[in-house]
Design a protein around this ligand. Sequence first.
Ligand code: FAD
Length: 291
Amino acid sequence: MRFLDYFSGDKPVISFEIYPPQTPRGMRALKTRVVPNLLKLNPSYMTVTYGAGGSTRAKTLEIASLIQNEFGLTAACHLTCVGSSRTDIDGILQAIRATDIRNIVALRGDPPRGEDAFVPPRDGFAHGNELVAHIRSIEPKEDAFGLAVAGYPEKHLEAPDFETDIANLKRKVESGGDIVITQLFYTNDHFFRFVDRVRAANITAPIVPGLMPILSAGQIQRIASLCGAEIPAALQDQLNRATEDDAVQVGIDQCIAQATELLGQGAPGIHFYVLNRSTHMRPIIKALPSI
Ligand code: FAD
């Protein structure tokens, strides 16, 4: 199935995003424990990230293929433009196709560590819309990929204003993006305003909010500052006062409240950034209405 196929019913579409671990031990744990436990929560599909500079290319495909071909759940590979020429990208697309995976989260990627700005690789792509257009231009029409693109409820950090960012999102969708998955956020109002802006720009693709349950105060500060997500003062306060164990529960409660409101207000599903853990996801998924 392709991404869009999941969004034709009334049931919220729940998906999980995982990343390729760096160590063989982490890889073993992911395959034998994390993925099987996440599958018990009945997601519609899972996506596997692509490390900076393509560093995890082979593992991304290995994990996605395991999920799809051995566990039988639809999997998507993330793919970025970082460090890859068109020829490289074509090779990766061929490898993805050969594993029967037919869904890709197509991204520009961030500048490599230590570099301030994204520099397009030689004979590569400068933006997400170019990658999407390229995939569409070379794939067989009768066996096309499902393509997800990234959206930013609080604006992409490099974008000068919302209007420009939404115009750029529109290019990605018009180039062939089927669904939009958002960057993580902790204030639902940002998402609701983003949806209004996107719809005002006549973008009709499903917009799936991306949520990252908080596991600790330090983790969330680090990640939020990297992507520019606002942490509400009351939540930050609660986390500052919590012990390490309590912080996980604060994160679970916060995520349940956030997801419940989003689904109640018509979000078509939730994409959870699960950080390769499953235990905190169980109470969250079990608490959601109509799952
Ligand atoms: P773009 O759409 O190219 O946007 C980047 C910036 O350029 C924005 O400011 C935009 O407004 C502007 N822009 C876009 N198009 C144009 C244009 N044609 N002309 C001028 N300006 C333009 N990173 C990874 O490395 N690996 C991953 O696996 C990964 N997965 C992600 C999954 C999701 C759901 C999300 C939301 C992000 C993910 N990222 C990942 C992070 C992502 O790579 C970064 O946010 C990156 O900085 C932007 O990627 P993009 O595809 O949105 O880029």
